[in-house]
Design a protein around this ligand. Structure first.
Ligand code: ZN
Ligand code: ZN
Length: 372
């Protein structure tokens, strides 16, 4: 006879997150929160499907999804939230749930994650309740990663690094950026990535000066800079890595700019601390690049949080006042882009432990000259 199933632990990390969110609801003066961001739904309940509404109140949490996810939702969510399967529209299910839970008058919604069409539903079919916009109630909780989340990001980083090693071994003069992206994405899958958090950037020669270039049919020429910026995903958690190499022998110019970016990355990765503002973290790298005379060529922020989404809080930028939370995982990605010539970016993922920063993307920052 099979052993009886272990009872699910009700008090797991998700229940603690929901409890922390309830404190936020009290502070925001709402009786309940309608969560429509799927990353937030996943963070709070474990549900990884693509269609769900989550209603969290002091009384309980209820996940509303559809028939396609009946088995998956029960399996992933367990006892953390009630799951209801809606045959027609998730919104019909929402009105029913709201009617059934007594004492709910003011309901928060996530103003950064609600389509205007759905907002109109709240105003019309949901006009019995007062709807109040809220911002970042769950995102703020997500900034501080627990040990398991850090482990998953570290695993995703290891997948990304192994895929990068395999790809660089195959790069040759004459290959197109798209072919390199194909090798890279195949290697990411082989190494265990669940998906591609964003379209891989592979940019050769002068195109490496475009910070968000898409892979194209451009061919690698001897002596080109080649920039690869890509992600990997493990159990929903992302890593985000960039390396720039030279295919063939590096010129003095390439070496000079590379060294500036490498040193900026290394200083920021060494000196960044929890408690520092995103602006001060950005200034570590930016100040160095400015002193070396390339300040005008570093036009984006130093980095961003990574987790269930590849771009999440906090931001590391000149306009980021907020303090970096202990336990947050951020990218450090300075770059120097010279139009018509090329660009260099070096990006690592770093966890801000109490004891200091710890780098999760373990790959050399030395300039690699690939066999052409
Ligand atoms: Zn990146
Ligand atoms: Zn990034």
């Amino acid at each position: 006879m099979p052993a009886p199933l272990e009872p699910r632990r009700v008090s797991d990390h998700r229940s603690r997150r929901i409890a922390a969110l309830l404190d936020g609801l009290t502070a925001a003066h709402v009786d309940a929160l309608l969560v429509t961001s799927l990353a937030n739904v996943r963070y709070l309940t474990g549900f990884s499907g693509s269609s769900a509404l989550l209603l969290v109140s002091q009384r309980d949490a209820v996940l509303i999804t559809d028939f396609r996810y009946q088995i998956q939702a029960a399996d992933e969510v367990g006892d953390v939230a009630r799951v209801t399967i809606e045959q027609q529209s998730l919104w019909t299910g929402l009105w029913q749930q709201l009617t059934q839970v007594p004492g709910i008058q003011v309901v928060g919604f996530e103003s950064a994650h609600l389509l205007h069409r759905d907002f109109q539903r709240l105003m019309e079919a949901g006009s019995r309740w007062q709807w109040r916009p809220t911002l970042d109630l769950v995102e703020t909780l997500r900034e501080r990663k627990d040990a398991n989340e850090v482990r998953l990001i570290e695993r995703a980083a290891a997948v990304a690094i192994r895929a990068l090693e395999r790809t660089l071994a195959e790069v040759r003069v004459g290959m197109t950026e798209l072919q390199v992206a194909g090798v890279l994405e195949r290697a990411l899958r082989d190494e265990g990535s669940e998906g591609f958090p964003f379209p891989s950037i592979v940019a050769t020669g002068a195109r490496s000066a475009l910070p968000h270039a898409r892979a194209s049919a451009a061919k690698i020429r001897d002596g080109d800079l080649l920039l690869l910026d890509f992600g990997a995903e493990v159990e929903g958690y992302c890593a985000d890595v960039t390396r720039t190499v030279v295919v063939g022998r590096a010129s003095d110019d390439q070496r000079e700019i590379y060294d500036v970016v490498r040193e900026a990355n290394e200083q920021a990765s060494r000196e960044i601390r929890a408690g520092m503002s995103g602006r001060d973290a950005d200034a570590i790298a930016r100040g160095y690049i400015e002193r070396r005379g390339f300040g005008d060529l570093f036009g984006h922020g130093l980095g961003h949080g990574v987790g269930l989404e590849v771009h999440e809080a906090p931001r590391l930028a000149r306009t980021a006042d907020g303090a970096l939370a202990e336990g947050s995982v951020v990218t450090i990605e300075p770059g120097v882009y010279r139009p018509g010539w090329g660009g260099v970016r070096i990006e690592d993922d770093v966890v801000l432990d109490a004891a200091g920063p710890r780098i999760l993307t373990k790959f050399t920052r030395e300039l690699l000259e690939l066999k052409s």
